[in-house]
Write a protein that binds this ligand. Sequence first.
Ligand SMILES: Cc1cc2nc3c(=O)[nH]c(=O)nc-3n(C[C@H](O)[C@H](O)[C@H](O)COP(=O)(O)O)c2cc1C
Length: 315
Amino acid sequence: MAYKVMGLAAGRKDSNSELLLKEALMACEEAGAEVIMINLRDYNILDCTGCTACTIGMSQGKNVGCVLDSKDDKKKIMDVMLQQDAVIYSVPTYDLMPAANYLRFAQRSLAYETSFLETIGAIEHKDRVAGLISVGGSTRSWQSMALEGLQATMFTTDFKVIDMLLATRVPAPAQAVLNDELFAKARAMGEHIMQAVATPPEERKWLGDPDMGWCPNCHSNALVLGEKQWDGVYYPIECQVCGAGGTLEKTEDGKWKFVIQKDGLYKDRTTVAGRALHLDEIGETQGGFFMNPETVAEAQKRKMKYVNKVFRGID
Ligand SMILES: Cc1cc2nc3c(=O)[nH]c(=O)nc-3n(C[C@H](O)[C@H](O)[C@H](O)COP(=O)(O)O)c2cc1C
């Protein structure tokens, strides 16, 4: 049976993110994949309301879905997307990060939290891979959170990222077509996707540029100074995306390198086990609050000072 590959674009019609995505998808199709493609601009996606009815249901062992399921197109897309072997996401960079239409779509995925749903037996496990394309008018400098923002949205639905492409300096509609190198990289991403899906899941690995980014674990280009975490774990430097911890070291040729320390992948967010530790944190922090009637009552009392204070808005 043919591998299923889906492309998801979020930019202008017939413009940079769509065209690069199509080049990658054409490589997949030529290698025998069954390919589909959508542009989020053709769908209606509402904001997550933050009600958490989905995860409250999951914590009681039920898959209750999302309260917005019948109100927009999110479910229609997810029902197809989660059946794919691979998805390639191609998203314009707005204000240094992925465009809001994509983020709105991604942040509606809590109801599809795969590891939660697998744990309660509501869904079967499926291994999926992803390729990420960010497209912007500027260089890396003005796309500083673009790929990292996309990476951060891969955890909830458990997509393993095997390649990423930062398409730079293509501000005008379809301008990217003049850059053969970008299209060669998009094609290579399609080929990598096909290589990954044909590899046993436990052996799948990063197939993009081995030197991409600071982080040798997830290849993000974003590091932050560490701070003591809820359970006391502390790393001097952390990868902003996967949470790998370590330090910066100077190499012999005078460059800086992020070196992950021995226990630095303890909370690796790219793995189910690493993400499970975050569920412990939520259990401790949120559960600790809700399970104690005294703290709930006290918060209720204190908040009234602010509830009763109303400022004038905009008519
Ligand atoms: C509201 C807005 C904000 C943008 N912000 C950035 C930015 O921060 N960095 C950047 O490199 N490009 C930025 N751009 C340029 C787009 O990323 C660029 O035009 C890209 O080619 C759009 O992709 P598309 O052709 O697929 O629609 C911005 C464009 C718009 C409309």
